[in-house]
Write a protein that binds this ligand. Sequence first.
Ligand code: NAP
Length: 265
Amino acid sequence: MSINVILAGPRGRMGSQAINMLLENKDAFTLTVCIDRKHDGVELKDIDGMPDLAVPVYEDPEACFRENEADVFIDLTVPDSGYRNTKAAILHNIRPVVGTTGFTDDQIKDLTFLCEEKKLGAIIAPNFAIGAVLMMKFSKMAAAYFPDVDIIEKHHDQKLDAPSGTAVKTAELMKETRTSKKQGHVNEQEVLEGARGADVDGMKIHSVRMPGLVAHQEVIFGGKGQTLTIKHDSINRDSFMEGIKVSVKQVMELEKLVYGLENIL
Ligand code: NAP
């Protein structure tokens, strides 16, 4: 049976790639409706650069979810609209698969609670690349042995949130195994504010934003006489599509919100 999907952000780089993935897997998925902030009332084929599909487009997520039944809602937009869309989807019993990054802890808690109440599946993953999930897992393992660790995450310069959701998630995972420690010299002084990066339990996160980049992260560990670097590069947005594909299938089996692709693989 085909899974009916509503997608928000069809003109975005991730959204358009996700539409291609859905079309390449026609046996498994049907794109039924799109949510786009600029093209209310048209069909996808009427929008420049979009595939030749008679898929209706809504600007208002509420109206979209009220008037259309679907199994899964994919959000690939920006944090504010992503949160609003996701909440509305849950309230209409449509399972969200969210790639949009930058949700606050409180927003994730709120969505988790709503899903629990409704026994509805949802997946929010700050990184859908399988390699990035492995990078996080390996980092969690290494942090048990190396409490001194810096994360350097590098993304394209159109990214709205910093640090990246992946960097925060990596730090959270490492917190589970790492012995808490304030790094650097005890008398260290930041001569220029921000020079040492953001602080998570003594770990440092540095965010680089550059045109030409996609999504890259290095986790650098240091110990006596050695360093260890775990590195992942998403060279293009294809790297995220397998994770979205797996998630759209898996979310149908869930009865709660799962945060992080590593928890469903
Ligand atoms: P993008 O190319 O800038 O696309 C963003 C889309 O959201 C566009 O269609 C844009 O429409 C729309 N949008 C912007 N502001 C909006 C608003 N206020 N309300 C509704 N829609 C709005 O970005 P992208 O690279 O596709 O990334 C999309 C999201 O996915 C971001 O949050 C990014 O961090 C995240 N991401 C996640 C992963 C992962 O693996 N989870 C990987 C890469 C990226 P306009 O053209 O009208 O602005």
